[in-house]
Design a protein around this ligand. Structure first.
Ligand SMILES: [Zn+2]
Length: 167
């Protein structure tokens, strides 16, 4: 199971988000015009779309039972490393646009079975949970039998060791 949403899923969630804001705008216009019933209906529609989108957007799954209802319990940022670095980790000063990067790491508790799943997100100069998931693994088992599995992005670049720019 790939926890990263594909292109069309991302496009669809963006369209739904835009629709939410458009409905709110229409509700605002209706309330200005004194049409309170229409404004209320539009606000409710927008809220429903928003909730639907959130469910849809949530692609992180439990590594024990596969459930999509997981709550973030804890998160941290890994050590910051230079994108281009020498063997000892110091900055490769030959590279002008060198930046420091880190991974966002989150721990998710499954609402269904209680298992804890860890996600590691792609190294970035702005590490957040929105970065692509490069690893998803079980850290604490849940109840019942395990029916899901870990995920590892085969293209992921593990940030460690030397990375000198070849110029
Ligand atoms: Zn679970």
């Amino acid at each position: 199971m790939n926890p990263n949403a594909g292109f069309f899923k991302r496009l669809l969630t963006s369209i739904i988000t835009a629709s939410c804001f458009y409905l709110l705008f229409l509700a605002f216009a209706a309330s200005i015009a004194g049409d309170t019933p229409s404004a209320s209906i539009l606000v409710i529609l927008s809220a429903l779309l928003f909730l639907f989108n959130r469910r849809f957007k949530h692609h992180i799954y439990c590594a024990w039972c596969g459930s999509h209802s997981n709550k973030i319990k804890e998160s941290k940022i890994s050590n910051w490393v230079w994108e281009y670095r020498n063997k000892d980790g110091s900055q490769d000063k030959r590279v002008k646009s060198n930046v420091k990067k880190a991974n966002f790491i989150a721990y998710w508790k499954c609402k269904k079975c209680g298992a804890i799943t860890q996600t590691t997100h792609n190294a970035s100069n702005k590490p957040t949970r929105r970065n692509k998931i490069i690893e998803l693994k079980l850290t604490e088992p849940g109840t019942g039998d395990r029916t899901s599995n870990d995920y590892f992005d085969p293209d992921a670049r593990v940030v460690s060791g030397e990375n000198r720019k070849n110029t």
